[in-house]
Design a binder for this molecule. Structure first.
Ligand code: DX5
Ligand code: ZN
Length: 217
């Protein structure tokens, strides 16, 4: 599939989300950060809002669920029209069953890891997943500093994927910018979330292109 750029709308203008998404036509996906004020200390929006956004754009939605009880809540985001749904393994009681449910309802299934969560215990799950998200900040807020300590995990995840011989994508999220994206790509990531880097740029769509070029370099 190659390099993909998935801007996060977390730092966009929530009063004008349809217009904000229209500013990034070059995006491969739009990353929607769902937060419940329990799994993370911040609150955003739920499936009704996501469904409205899905109707407002042709770019597929990539939902990142930072919520407790992912098992009971994830399918609502498939039904809301998301093409990809990411649950946190720390919040899933039965990640294999959940991944299979997401896939059987027609979306790509992805599993996220917080910075302190190792990939090794989940190595055997990789063939069940369409994407693994290695967080490069503690989830909850945009605009945080990239954590270099996560780079070895990106590398190890890429090695495990190669060992399994699966096509699973490897996404990074948190502090991804022109300054850090090359390090992530070099470590083996191929899908890049960028929030503040894109929405604080004068021309967000040009920034999507610049990030893509930097990752491909
Ligand atoms: C943080 C979210 C990210 C956030 C990234 O918990 O999961 O998607 O929007 O924002 P930046 O790119 O500013 O770190
Ligand atoms: Zn995110």
């Amino acid at each position: 599939m190659g390099i993909q750029i998935t801007p996060s709308i977390l730092n966009a203008d929530f009063g004008a989300l349809a217009a904000e998404v229209a500013r990034i036509p070059s995006a491969d996906w739009v990353h929607v950060d769902v937060m419940d004020n329990h799994f993370v200390p911040n609150l955003t929006f739920g499936p009704t809002m996501v469904e409205a956004l899905a109707r407002a754009t042709d770019v597929p939605l990539d939902a990142h669920l930072m919520i407790e009880d992912a098992d009971r809540n994830a399918l609502a985001y498939v039904e809301a029209g998301c093409g990809s749904v990411t649950f946190h393994v720390e919040a899933a009681r039965a990640p294999v069953r959940l991944a299979r449910e997401i896939r059987s309802h027609g979306a790509r299934a992805a599993m996220a890891l917080k910075p302190a969560t190792p990939i090794e215990p989940y190595a055997d799950l990789l063939p069940e997943l369409d994407m693994v998200l290695v967080m490069t900040v503690e989830p909850g807020f945009g605009g945080q500093k990239f954590l270099d300590l996560c780079l070895p995990k990106i590398r190890r995840t890429r090695e495990l994927l190669a060992r399994h011989g699966v096509e699973t994508w490897l996404q990074v999220d948190g502090g991804v910018s022109l300054e850090t994206i090359e390090r992530c790509a070099e470590a083996g990531a191929d899908v890049f979330v960028a929030g503040s880097a894109v929405y604080s740029a004068d021309d967000p769509d040009a920034m999507v292109t610049r990030l893509r070029e930097a990752a491909e370099a």
